[in-house]
Design a protein around this ligand. Structure first.
Ligand code: SF4
Length: 288
């Protein structure tokens, strides 16, 4: 098929094992499927989030914290039916949800897998935020919780680090559509059952970008969404080619962004600064 699923709009023939900018075919390529305990407490709970980590990525930031799977070709191809069997396995392990991680380029395969088996758990869509509204509409009535990143308010930075000069407006339109589909956050027994939680990873040297993101969230959505501020950045991937991001964030930088979060009275979570460690990167082991 000619693929235009994400804003890259490659419009190329995407086969089962060969893709465009995302680097992967239409068959799900999997890096890890397992309960995950390091998400926000309202997703991980005590039983873990039922994470499905897909390989490939339509954004491919130079500093990708998961570059081994987003750009370095790790992963095993499975069929949508096999994917549906994995939902059953996770469900039997007692996870609180099924979380699709970096699923943008697999929307069609995920929808097919859910025809074989629809888990009786909330479905979480965890993405870079760089999405086409038209593609998200296919998920209307399917996804319960959207977990988009909002990485950049500064498109010059987005262009430099993620090769997309239209990130801010594209992500804002995507989040608008997500919110239209699922509405305000719904909690039950301290677990998120429905709604939108926006993640933002603070980058070193770019506090203004982060503050800009928080201001956009306040202005557009305020208490209709939760915010999760992440401090876990560490230099990896191609970050060594970009001096400004070739280090961890400082306490002073993080505090400035935290101060803005509190000043704007946005609801959600803020990671501890000590989360900036490679040990929080999951083990990529699917198929091994
Ligand atoms: S999903 Fe992949 S092949 Fe399709 S438009 Fe996006 S980057 Fe290109």
């Amino acid at each position: 098929m000619l693929c235009d699923l994400c804003p890259r709009e490659c419009h190329i023939e995407r086969t089962e094992r060969q893709g465009g900018y995302c680097g992967v075919g239409t068959l799900p390529k999997i890096a890890r499927i397992a309960p995950h305990y390091d998400e926000e407490p309202i997703l991980s709970g005590t039983g873990g989030a039922g994470t499905v980590f897909f390989s490939g990525c339509s954004l491919r930031c130079v500093y990708c914290q998961n570059h081994e799977i987003s750009a370095d070709d790790f992963g095993t191809y499975i069929t949508p039916y096999q994917l549906s069997e994995e939902y059953r396995r996770l469900e039997a392990m007692g996870v609180h949800n099924i979380e699709f991680v970096t699923p943008t380029h697999y929307i069609d395969a995920i929808l097919e897998s859910l025809c074989y088996y629809r888990p009786k758990l909330p479905l979480v869509y965890n993405s870079s935020g760089y999405e086409k509204v038209e593609s998200l509409k296919k998920l209307d009535g399917v996804i319960d919780i959207y977990l988009p990143d909002f990485k950049y308010s500064n498109n010059t930075l987005a262009h430099r680090l993620s090769a997309c000069a239209d990130y801010a407006e594209t992500a804002a339109a995507a989040i608008e559509e997500m919110l239209r589909q699922v509405g305000a956050p719904v909690m039950e027994d301290k677990l998120m059952k429905r709604g939108v939680m926006i993640r933002h990873l603070v980058l070193p040297s770019h506090v203004k970008n982060s503050i800009g993101v928080l201001e956009i969230i306040k202005e557009k959505w305020d208490s209709s969404v939760l915010v999760s501020l992440m401090s876990q950045y560490f230099p990896t991937g191609k970050a060594d080619q970009y001096p400004d991001i070739n280090r961890r964030i400082t306490l002073r930088e993080y505090q400035k962004v935290l101060d803005k979060l509190y000043e704007l009275e946005l609801d959600g979570f803020a990671q501890e600064l000590e989360s900036a460690d490679k040990k929080y990167v999951p083990k990529w082991n699917y198929g091994n």
